[in-house]
Design a protein around this ligand. Structure first.
Ligand code: HEM
Ligand code: CU
Length: 569
């Protein structure tokens, strides 16, 4: 059974031609994509179960877990979703963006298998360490802040996982190197270029992870006597924030890929989109400083240079992609004669019933409005104080990783099932509904967290949600927000369950895929005009609206902050 799932009909040279995209796919690249994709889905299941328990605890009317279990499941939630679900998917994305888009073999594919096995072993070790953590050890949560000590196995697992990811990423770089040697004059396709930038950012982050976790492990097992807490925080965010940069760059690469594949998008300006990826390369790591805004050790000048100047190079890059991708969709569809000559016909007639498209489209829209706007605001030194350590912080990053990135990866997986595993989706109707339900529910959950954090000051990482023990301080007023979050969380988990049922069900029981070239990939009547010659007015209107919303919340945040100052006076 498993062998049947992994294999396809390849020619004598190991290649097959994808009947939908026309890409030439080599076995050495396709098999690892499937392995990494499947493993990511397993992590999604574990992290999703933990999500339900954690959310039902924060919904104080249910309050399902006690404090010790809360932190155990919160740690499982964070590591299985933010690290394992994402990183296994990202390695798969490197192989799609590299060898598969280039029509090449994956060189040294044994390294892909080795990397996968090492990462899987490490992931199991980390889950085991979290599961068996007992005093005096603490649950690591995502940040494993020293000098609070976690299980030694946890640090070991983190190191091994990082090494595994580096091993798995290497064949991708070999592939790019071979391509450039054989065809030095040819530029890489944009998706490959995006994957390449993702890969470089990933290596930087992973090296930062080793710099953090190797000394911390040595300290934990007693080889090193002392660990400096400020040093740890500073180093940790190289990987802590760095892994979010990987998520972002990988997600944007998926956006370009999936809007092309499912809806006929084109790249309106290669130069501008590539330029935006390059901006990430230089500026995005400075964003790491936004995690240290309240840190007493670092100077204000350091914080401001990084978060109020340098990081806008990366914000600019995101704004460029936020324009370029919808514009490519609009112009590409207009070129194909899809949606008529109205402002938004191209969007209205887009394949919203196709979960590959709807997941991608919601990912783009909601990442921008929920994750992006709040991220820019709270990455700003003064406004950060409004949200610091409140539930608004998880509210923000569920807008980015739980709504945005997770939806994009789900959308990609729908197509991995169809195009690589060659299976039609089972429960077709549920599959079509799933991205919409998940997008809606997870957005509401994220917004309720933001509201609880900003308006009521509800703390993050706290199972005792109604009061601060030993004080008169009560969060009772936030009760309705916790309830909204709880109900939305249950719905979001339900949408996650549907995704798993469709994914696993299709692999086991799906009919052989019969999907043909989607209509959008063929050209319409005006297809001979270059893509940038077509109107993008719908996109201009939408990004104008987006910028207006961002300006509005920027103003609101400053107003709220000024109200806080009144308390002090
Ligand atoms: C059904 C989906 C999800 C629900 C209902 C959910 C809910 C929650 C809740 C209630 C918290 C605890 C907030 C606190 O007390 O501080 C949390 C934390 C967190 N979640 Fe999620 N989540 C979901 C999906 C995801 C996904 C997909 C990711 C990553 C890809 C993710 C990453 C995290 C992280 C990193 C934390 C913080 C852990 C820490 O503080 O160390 N979540 N989530
Ligand atoms: Cu960050």
């Amino acid at each position: 059974m498993a062998i049947g799932l992994i294999e396809n009909d390849y020619g004598a040279d190991g290649f097959r031609t994808c009947r939908v995209t026309g890409l030439r796919i080599h076995r050495s690249a396709e098999v690892p994509v499937k392995m990494f994709g499947l493993t990511a889905v397993v992590a999604l299941i574990i992290g999703g179960i933990a999500a339900l328990l954690v959310a039902l605890t924060r919904w104080e009317a249910v309050g399902i877990l006690g404090a010790a279990d809360f932190y155990k499941f919160l740690s499982l939630h964070a590591w299985n979703l933010l690290i394992f679900w994402m990183v296994f998917m990202e390695i798969a994305i490197l192989y799609v963006g590299g060898p598969i888009v280039l029509g090449r073999k994956l060189p040294a594919s044994w390294m892909a298998n080795t990397g996968w096995a090492v990462m899987l072993g490490a992931a199991l070790l980390i889950d085991y360490a979290i599961w068996t953590t007992a005093p005096p050890d603490n649950q690591p949560l995502l940040t494993s802040y020293a000098p609070l000590q976690a299980s030694p196995l946890f640090y070991l697992g983190a190191i091994v996982f990082i090494l595994g990811a580096v091993i798995a990423a290497l064949p991708f770089f070999f592939c790019i190197w071979q391509q450039k040697r054989e065809e030095p004059g040819k530029t890489l396709p944009l998706v490959t270029f995006g994957a390449f930038i993702t890969g470089i950012i990933a290596v930087e982050a992973l090296v930062g992870g080793l710099v953090t976790y190797v000394p911390t492990y040595l300290w934990r097992i007693g080889v090193v006597a002392h660990i400096d807490a400020a040093w740890y925080r500073h180093m940790f965010w190289i990987i802590g924030h760095g892994s979010q940069q990987i998520n972002l760059a990988a997600m944007i690469t998926v956006w370009y890929f999936m809007t092309w594949l499912t809806a006929g998008a084109e790249v309106v300006s290669e130069k501008i989109s590539r330029g935006a990826f390059i901006l990430y390369l230089f500026f995005i790591n400075m964003g790491a400083a936004h995690h240290l805004m309240a840190d007493p050790v670092l100077s204000s000048g350091w914080k401001m240079w990084n978060t109020s100047y340098a990081v806008y190079g990366a914000v600019l890059a995101s704004l460029i992609h936020a324009f370029a991708i919808p514009a490519g969709l609009e112009a590409g569809r207009r070129k194909r004669g899809l949606g008529g000559d109205t402002w938004f016909g191209w969007l209205r007639t887009a394949p919203w019933h196709d979960p590959g498209f709807s997941a991608t489209a919601w990912s783009i829209i909601l990442f921008g409005f929920l994750g992006g706007i709040t991220g820019v605001l709270m990455g700003q030194m003064q406004l950060n104080t409004l949200r610091h350590n409140t539930l608004a912080v998880p509210g923000h990053f569920h807008g980015t990783v739980a709504v945005g990135t997770t939806l994009a990866f789900m959308g990609l997986l729908y197509y991995v099932i169809r195009l690589f595993f060659n299976k039609e989706w089972v429960l077709d109707w549920f599959a079509r509904l799933q991205p919409h339900l998940y997008a809606l529910a997870m957005s509401i959950a994220a917004m309720a967290m933001m509201e609880a954090g900003i308006v009521y000051g509800a703390p993050r990482r706290d199972p005792v949600t109604m009061s601060i023990p030993g004080t008169d301080f009560s969060f009772a007023a936030a009760g309705p927000m916790y309830a909204i979050m709880g109900v939305a969380a249950v719905l979001a988990v339900a949408a996650g369950v549907i995704f798993i049922l469709v994914a696993v069900g299709s692999l086991l029981f799906g009919k052989p895929a019969r999907m043909r070239v989607p209509v959008p990939l063929s050209l319409g009547a005006s297809g001979d005009r270059p893509v940038h010659d077509h109107s993008m007015r719908g996109t201009f209107a939408m990004v104008g609206f987006f910028l207006a919303v961002m300006a509005l919340f920027y103003g609101l945040d400053w107003m709220w902050l000024s109200r806080l100052w009144e308390f002090g006076g």
